[in-house]
Every structure is written in C-alpha cells, then in structure tokens.
Design a protein around this ligand. Sequence first.
Ligand code: UDP
Length: 235
Amino acid sequence: MPRFKRILLKLSGEILAGSKGYGIDEDVLNTLAAEIADVRKAGVEVGVVLGGGNIFRGLAAASRGMDRVAADYMGMLGTVINALAMQDTLEKKGVVTRVMTAIRMEEVAEPYIRRRALRHFEKGRTVIFAGGTGNPYFSTDTAAALRAIQMKADVIIKATSVDGIYTADPKKDRTATLYERLSYRDVIVQNLAVMDQTAITLCAENSLPLIVLNIQRRRAVADAICGARVGTIVQ
Ligand code: UDP
C-alpha cells in the first residue's frame, strides 16, 4: 500500500540527457515514463517538475558574459521542451497528462493556475509543471519545492544518478558515505549539494519531506512510495 497520496517528482535535465550528456535520451525518457506509469497504477497522484540543464543553463551562459535574465529565460524555455517530450512519452504509455507552464504560452500548454492543477490531480491526471518558477534567478529545484507545497504534495522526490545524499560527491570521492536520514538543518548548515538553499529552506519552512534517490535503480520511486528504505530522507 502506498504511504503517500500525492507526490512531486523532480527530474533534472542531467537525468534526461543520459550518457549523452546533452539533449534528451529517448531510452531514458521511456524508462522514466514507465516508472511514473507504475506509480500512477499504484493509485498515487504525480506532479512532475523537469529541469532544463540538458538544454541550457542560465548561470553557465551568464558566467560567459550573457545577460543573466535572458539566459535564465532560455533555461526556462528548455524545461518546456523537456516537458513536451515527457508528456508525449507518458501519453504513449496511457498516462493522462497536462503540461502547465509558469510562463504563458497557451498554444503550447496551459498556464499554471493552482486551483486548476489541483482539479487535474483530482481527476487522476499527471501534471507536468514546466517553465520553472517563471522567474530568472531561481532554479527548477525551487520550482519543485514551490509546486509541491502549493499542490499539498506529501513528499518531494528528487531523482538523481547517485543513491542519495553523501558526505561528499561519490563520483569524485571514494570514501564518501551515504546518509540514510538527515534534518533540513543538516542539509542547510553543511551546505550539502542536494538542492539549492532556497529550495531546501522552502521544504523546511513547510515541513515538506524530501527523498533523494537513484532513478537508475529499477522501481526506486515505486519502492520509496511504499515505504521501503530507498535513498536519503530529509525531514
Ligand atoms: N531557471 C530560471 N528560473 C527558474 C527555473 C529555471 O531562471 O525558476 C533557468 C536557469 O537558468 C537554469 C535553467 O533554467 O539554469 C535550467 O534549470 P535548472 O538548472 O534548475 O535545471 P536542472 O539542473 O534541474 O536540469
């Protein structure tokens, strides 16, 4: 039996890029969509926030001299590309979806209207939140925290390519060990690289639990929502 009624899943652009490191890897997209379809079959409502780092990173372009605001808008548009790709893949698997954008583009998708999004959940639709927060200088992690709070999600699940939160970057430091459980304060004070501080502060202020897990592990999300020990839980 799932222990959550509604979850918010955050998928970074890096995950979507797979081993290519850029753009969208269709095999990865299919695997992710299958995982979401399984979670839906278990009766859990799913909101998805997609990153855009596989297409464009505002901060990186700004550091090369581009105007930060323009660069960030490009980054946000990248998340819409990812959202449309995810929508198509999910619908092919029979998952009914709606894309809602934080920046209006009504020919492409619905604008984000909180009460409408809630109605979609009630009707069993999977909602993909695109366009980040709609504001430059923010991240899609912050968008995930915001949408999770606004949607009254029970948990935010951040999908990564490592098993959870470690003492150091496990891809660089072989002595790094995995935390099973952390407090928000631990993450903030130790500046653990899991989400930016704005996002984690929002989670803390609203007592929104966060699970960080390895999406490359089969059924990671499905197991986590059933209460299995998967990844790191921050609460
Ligand atoms: N972005 C933004 N405001 C937001 C969300 C995203 O300006 O609310 C821009 C920012 O430039 C960022 C890019 O969109 O670099 C892609 O988002 P992010 O880096 O969070 O994606 P991820 O790392 O999850 O792939």
